[in-house]
Ligand binder design. Structure first.
Ligand code: ZN
Length: 260
């Protein structure tokens, strides 16, 4: 079993390496296939043996082999986070269709989180892909269909739809009032689309906990970040996504608590 965990973790690191390419190139509207990875400073192409997730970064001491330019620690951080994310989703769900549905959702959220963290424009239309696939999955699993078609009759479809609607409406109202009161954009429009997806994934009961987790992790991050950077502009999407991930991990615990 432990070997399976290691394989999933390493797969996560490799995907994380690919996500780095997406995070860097999508906002620049560059091709994600060509050219292969190269140093942004000296343009030297990065050899495959210098492109091993995390390990290459450590061996090279975070520098380009050719020009010694410092490479952002964000790259190994994205790889590590992706590895951990894959591992925890696997532990949470096991090897089944749910695992792949969550992988898809959280991979999208992770990529958009880091694009948002770099203060780049995110393309909210990309969220339609995980949304539709999750919607179809929940629908096929719901008791809306006659029993013969069901996978396991798991509830969650109606909760998800309500979660989606409540989340979207709540964030729309907060953004509208916030903008009215502060007389400037209170929240990115993209945040609304993010919670419409996380509301669907979690269902309305667990969704509220994801907002609490997002608030707590966001505040902790701000406390550290504001020491390094003066008046930092805080992105929301990373914390909404992290909140969603934590809420999913503690979902059974939360639902247990709610029924008491
Ligand atoms: Zn270089």
């Amino acid at each position: 079993m432990i070997i399976l965990y290691i394989i999933v973790f390493i797969l996560g690191l490799i995907f994380g390496s690919f996500f780095n390419v997406l995070i860097y190139r999508i906002p620049l509207k560059k091709s994600i296939v060509f050219p292969s990875s190269h140093c942004p400073n000296c343009n030297a192409s990065i050899k495959f043996y210098d492109n091993i997730p995390i390990i290459s970064y450590l061996i090279l001491g975070g520098k380009c082999r050719n020009c010694d330019m410092m490479i952002s620690p964000i790259y190994p951080i994205v790889e590590l986070i992706t590895g951990i994310m894959f591992l925890f989703l696997f532990i949470h769900s096991g090897l089944n269709i749910v695992f792949f549905i969550y992988l898809l959702n959280f991979s999208f959220l992770l990529i958009l989180s880091f694009i948002d963290f770099n203060h780049k424009e995110i393309n909210v239309y990309a969220l339609i892909i995980p949304y539709i696939i999750t919607f179809i999955y929940l629908f096929l699993n719901s008791n809306v269909l006659p029993e013969s078609i069901l996978f396991n009759n798991a509830a969650g479809f109606i909760e998800g739809i309500i979660g989606s609607l409540i989340a979207g409406l709540l964030f729309f109202i907060v953004r509208f009032l916030g903008t009215l009161i502060m007389k400037r954009e209170a929240m990115g429009e993209a945040d609304i689309y993010i919670v419409i997806l996380t509301g669907l994934i979690l269902g309305y009961k667990v969704f509220f906990f994801s907002i609490i987790f997002a608030g707590i992790t966001g505040l902790i991050f701000y406390a550290f970040y504001s020491r390094i950077k003066k008046d930092p502009e805080m992105p929301f999407i990373p914390f909404l996504s992290l909140g969603c991930f934590l809420a999913l991990m503690f979902k059974s615990l939360i639902l247990q608590y709610l029924t008491i």
